[in-house]
Design a protein around this ligand. Structure first.
Ligand code: KIV
Ligand code: ZN
Length: 533
């Protein structure tokens, strides 16, 4: 199957997708790595820049045919020939509209005039480029053209020297079964003397379906673009068509393309980056979610055997592997698999604890990322008992005024509430924790360091707070030092959690020391007996 890539011509016609000459060369190199058969490099008569791009691609790319587009009118084909003459395999592509709608309203030509122009410029191409060159003729808006007239045109251009006849569904109007019948009629008429090609647009979302129906009806050249880029809703996408042929070989016996499919992701990312056209997450083959599994049932299936929910391997399109993403519907096994990917082997209660938190986080933000999970696991790894539990908090803060915070803490059987003011919401809450704690434990926390940072990106990022505190003491003993981490989408909450975690470590260490332990007992509970710097 011949793959004709028109990313640099029809793809570049997408509004806003314009590329510089250097960028077009970069894409051409990616297309060579993909091993497409033909690169349609541009429309040389449209601008000096496009002429230069086509000409440079024709000079610099090897092992692939380079095509240039031209209208069937004086000047265009000459410019195209001039641009591609140097190519290893020049491929001239001339076109004219053949539907009555286009002839009457756009070209203001009769059918006979269009037929004459088609023959004239195909003949010109054959004479200008010689007998071995590829001359392709396209009947623009073929799918809305009177089929009898269309067949007359194709027969005439093949007689005049066209080696490929292309059937464009220019406005994405065709339906697969109907399009297959049209392609079949063209194949029956000229299929022995020319390659029948199709060029499908995606206005009804049927570009790939129409292209594959055309293959089954005898088409042997497929015009496609990377990421389905192209005029309006775009063209049939290279990755969908190529992977369709590869994934369902019994439907297309002996008709695989030679495209190196493991280059697909690279080409897709490059085209997206250079054109600024972001690939939608649910885009087939190259979308960010195309190989991501989120629901518990799917994750369970994929872990047991990827064939349950994957019809092609991620490696076959150039990805390292599929991803298990964590969302509200994910299950424990999925999370366990994901954590294993990240290097953590968790089971039982440890897994349950991380799972509960990950699911709660998935409720609070759109996506739980790897960084989120690492932060949750890290926080659990450093947990040291819950002798002091935070049962509630609130804070008020306003511009220019002091903040007031209140907390409710449970220490063993005892519950205490306290309120305090501070020079910010975090300071007010930290003072309130001390107010609540001191009467029970007999000491206050002294904050030595406080740091907050976003662990993940975006407006619903998690804030990770880190504190280092020591226990106030008037005994002359070395103070106990402890760190605490907190993690939440609410940075005040993560700050408070970090403080309470540090308080817990200090409380556990102090209790152990009072029971006759020494520094080792303190360290076992996450606090350190030592001097403050
Ligand atoms: O969509 C179309 O008809 C085209 C032709 C020039 C092939 O792009
Ligand atoms: Zn097109």
């Amino acid at each position: 199957m011949r793959i004709f890539d028109t990313t640099l011509r029809d793809g570049e016609q997408a509004p806003g997708a314009g590329l510089t000459v250097a960028e077009k060369l970069e894409v051409a190199r990616a297309l060579v790595r993909l091993d497409v058969d033909v690169i349609e490099a541009g429309f040389p008569a449209s601008s000096p820049g496009d002429f230069e791009a086509v000409n440079r691609i024709a000079k610099e790319t090897k092992g692939v045919a380079v095509a240039a587009l031209a209208r069937c009118r004086e000047g265009d084909p000459q410019r195209a020939v001039e641009a591609i003459r140097v190519a290893e395999r020049p491929h001239l592509h001339v076109f004219i509209a053949t539907s009555d709608i286009h002839l009457k309203h756009k070209l203001r030509m009769t059918r006979e005039e269009a037929l004459e122009a088609s023959v004239r410029w195909v003949r010109y191409g054959r004479e200008a480029l010689g007998r071995d060159a590829e001359i392709e003729f396209s009947a623009e808006d073929a799918s809305r053209t009177d089929p009898e007239f269309l067949l007359r045109v194709y027969e005439a251009v093949v007689d005049a020297g066209a080696t490929t006849v292309n059937i464009p569904d220019t406005v994405g109007y065709a339906i697969p079964a109907e399009f297959g019948v049209l392609v079949g009629r063209v194949v029956d008429l000229v299929g022995n003397d020319a390659v029948v090609s199709v060029h499908c647009h995606n206005d009804l979302g049927l570009a790939t379906a129409n292209t594959l129906a055309a293959v089954q009806a005898g088409a042997r050249q497929l015009e496609v673009t990377v990421n389905g880029l192209g005029e309006r809703a775009g063209n049939a996408s290279l990755e969908e068509v190529v992977m369709g042929l590869r994934t369902r070989p019994t439907q297309f016996p002996g008709l695989a393309s030679r495209v190196q499919t493991d280059q697909i992701m690279n080409a897709s990312r490059l085209v997206s980056y250079l054109t600024g056209f972001v690939v939608q997450p649910n885009k087939a083959i190259v979308g960010g979610n195309a190989f991501a599994h989120e629901s518990g049932i799917h994750q369970d299936g994929v872990i047991k055997n990827p064939l349950t929910y994957e019809i092609m391997t991620p490696q076959s399109v150039g990805l390292a592997g599929s991803t298990l993403s964590i969302g509200k519907l994910s299950g424990r096994r999925g999370l366990q698999g994901k954590l294993r990917e990240l290097g953590f082997e968790l089971e039982g209660e440890a897994l349950d604890a991380v799972y509960r938190e990950a699911i709660a986080l998935a409720d609070a933000k759109k996506e739980v990322t790897d960084a989120d999970l690492l932060a949750i696991v890290g926080q659990h790894a450093s947990e040291v008992g819950d002798g002091i539990a935070l049962d509630g908090w609130s804070v008020t803060s306003s511009h220019g005024g002091r903040s007031t915070g209140s907390v409710k803490l449970a220490v063993g059987e005892e519950t205490r509430e306290a309120e305090a003011t501070g020079n910010g919401p975090v300071d007010a809450l930290y003072r309130a924790v001390d107010e609540a704690l001191e009467p029970i434990v007999g000491w206050r926390l002294v904050l030595d360091e406080y740091e907050i940072r976003a662990v993940t990106a975006g407006e619903d990022a998690q804030g990770s707070a880190l504190v280092r505190c020591h226990r106030s003491t008037d005994t002359g003993e070395p103070p106990l030092i402890a760190t605490g981490h907190g993690l939440s989408t609410n940075i005040i909450e993560s700050s408070l959690e970090a403080y309470v975690t540090a308080a817990n470590k200090l409380h556990a260490a102090a209790t152990a020391a009072a029971a006759g332990g020494e520094a080792g007992a303190a360290e076992a509970r996450g606090a350190t007996a030592g001097r403050l710097p």
